[in-house]
Design a protein around this ligand. Structure first.
Ligand code: BG6
Length: 481
């Protein structure tokens, strides 16, 4: 902790993201005393005309998560927290609005008795179309006079390579790379953060983590609901931009990258960029697209929309470690369950005297959600009189093993990183660029050819062609899959 004051400014404070994610994450940090009330103040800014109390009342209902000790009344804590929030309204291109905001922050900074730097964190919980505008206003009127200024932004970072680079260019003229925090909230998930430790701190995994032993890797995201009021946004982006290009690719990087020289954020991100550079650009033949039945019933979605709500894309990493191993990324909305997992399937064991191929292959599964777990499917003797092999699991289920530990929400952890100035779990500009280079050709092709996705039933597994494609790439279903 560098001491001094910390002003956290939520731009777009009256919106959905702020209400559902940003403020609850700040509340969780507040509860654990990471943002002490003596030295922290929260400022909300948006266009709506609201009083401080209006915003505070609006937020209260969302401030429930996380554990508190038995002595503390959660409602009281929420009250103490919302009292830290001051709201001011103004347009996103309005100099006067940002001057007013700056004055509010500065007056408070002067009042706080704390010695040390005045730190300012700006969180853009805004539609991406106004990022450049608002960033310009912050740069012009609201920078910390002494101490740091950091700006947090969230995807979508553009729609393709060209628009993403344009945005990066615009932001890059206003802020240095170490002032910009590009959030991908998957990087704040417990199991995703564990990937680095699990991979590089376990001797027995090291020699197996390559094409010699691994048959295929699947990274899967499933949601049991549709666009739920976000049809307008979603229809413009689709599942590849919404989930695959960012969340699943970030997970892929951590599964596939080489060991970084150290945990320094630049060393880690250098390795991620390296693996991204080794990935071949996919074609339409490597992909299955789907759309759930009833998607176009949403009033904000055009009746003839071809936007995919499901996609399976197979990627190849052309380097020595992964040559020949398909990385299968699969994401869909309105499917049978909520699940995100990494499934690493090993090759068959040579010389199968137990006839256990029938029992399935070894598989290491990392379940990001729900209920974090890491389990290893292995073949053991079925207990009993017969010499029979069957598949069982070594199961590290976090709920059982770490019952006492409150697993932090992704946003909570990432916001703490911003306060601490740790960029390891944030995207660097070159990383973002390369991820767009991989997906832009296929995205443009889908648009140009007006490629029609296969319709699939709500609550199912998605289009059957997806399972066929995955099968063709060597994936074998094991028990419980
Ligand atoms: C967001 C997407 O980035 O991630 C949403 O825009 C999706 O469409 C969400 O629902 C999923 O996040 P999580 O943490 O619930 O897996």
């Amino acid at each position: 902790d560098e001491g001094g004051s910390l002003a956290i400014v939520v731009l777009g404070a009256s919106g959905d993201l702020a209400k559902k994610k940003t403020f609850p994450a700040l509340f969780a940090l507040f509860k654990q005393n990471y943002i002490p009330s003596e030295s922290t103040k929260l400022f909300g800014y948006a266009r709506s005309k609201l009083t401080d109390e209006d915003l505070q009342d609006r937020l209260r209902g969302y401030l429930t998560g996380g554990k508190t000790d038995e002595k503390t009344d959660p409602a009281q804590l929420a009250n103490d927290f919302v009292k830290l929030i001051t709201y001011t309204s103004g347009g996103y291109d309005e100099d006067a609005g940002f001057q007013k905001l700056d004055k509010l922050v500065e007056d408070w900074e002067k009042q706080t008795a704390h010695e040390g730097p005045h730190r300012r964190l700006f969180y853009m919980a805004l539609p991406p179309s106004v990022y450049p505008l608002v960033a310009k206003m912050v740069r012009k009127h609201c920078m910390a006079k002494e101490g740091w200024t950091r700006v947090v932004i969230e995807k979508p970072f553009g729609k393709d390579l060209e628009s993403a680079e344009k945005l990066s260019g615009e932001l890059g003229e206003l802020f240095t790379e170490d002032q910009l925090y590009r959030i991908d909230h998957y990087l704040g998930k417990e199991i995703v953060q564990n990937l680095l430790v699990m991979r590089f701190a376990n001797r027995f995994l090291v020699p197996l983590w390559n094409a010699e032993h691994i048959s295929n890797v699947q990274i899967v995201f499933k949601e049991p609901f549709g666009t739920e009021g976000r049809g307008g946004y979603f229809d413009e982006f689709g599942i590849i931009r919404d989930i695959i290009q960012n969340h699943l690719m970030q997970v892929l990087c951590l599964v596939a990258m080489e060991k970084p020289v150290s945990l320094d954020p630049e060393d880690v991100r250098d390795e991620k960029v390296k693996v991204l550079k080794s990935i071949g650009v996919p074609t339409l033949a490597d992909c299955v697209l789907g759309q759930y039945e009833g998607y176009t019933d949403d009033d904000t979605v055009p009746d003839d929309s071809h936007t995919p709500t499901f996609a399976t894309i197979v990627l190849r990493i052309n380097n020595e470690r992964w040559d020949g191993v398909p990385f299968i990324l699969r994401a869909g909305k309105c499917l049978d369950q909520r699940k995100a997992e990494v499934r690493i399937q090993f090759k068959d064991t040579p010389g199968d005297i137990f006839k256990c191929k029938k029992q399935g292959r070894n598989e290491l599964v990392l379940r990001l959600q729900p209920a974090e777990a890491i389990y290893l499917k292995m073949t053991v003797k079925q207990p009993g009189l017969e010499m029979q092999a069957s598949q069982s699991e070594l199961d590290l289920s976090y709920r059982d093993r770490y019952a006492e530990i409150n697993i932090p929400e992704a946003y909570e952890r990432l916001l703490l990183d911003v306060i601490r100035g740790d960029q390891q779990h944030f995207l660097r500009r070159d990383e973002l660029k390369r991820a767009w280079e991989i997906f832009t050709p296929i995205l443009h092709k889908i648009d140009e050819e007006k490629k029609k996705p296969t319709l699939y039933k709500q609550g199912g597994r998605g289009p059957p062609e997806s399972d066929e494609l995955i099968g063709a790439y060597g994936f074998q279903r094991t028990s419980g899959y």
